[in-house]
Design a protein. Structure first.
Length: 66
């Protein structure tokens, strides 16, 4: 199984817009590959979503439970 390291940009783009990044996240959720996400990347992603996208941050809530 492939392992891919995801960064903040990929996660945010994948969560909120359709495109290649969204496809990557969907493939990770369907276990076509293993997504590696460091804790500091999750913290940074959460901070950015709270600051810049407060109206849609609920969509990202399942990510924080990983």
């Amino acid at each position: 199984m492939y392992k891919w390291m995801l960064d903040t940009n990929i996660i945010i783009l994948g969560l909120f817009w359709s495109g290649k990044e969204s496809k990557l996240l969907k493939q990770a959720l369907s276990q076509k590959y293993e997504a590696l996400i460091w804790e500091f990347v999750l913290q940074e992603t959460k901070r950015i979503i709270e600051e810049k996208f407060p109206d849609i941050q609920n969509k990202a809530q399942p990510l924080w439970k990983c």
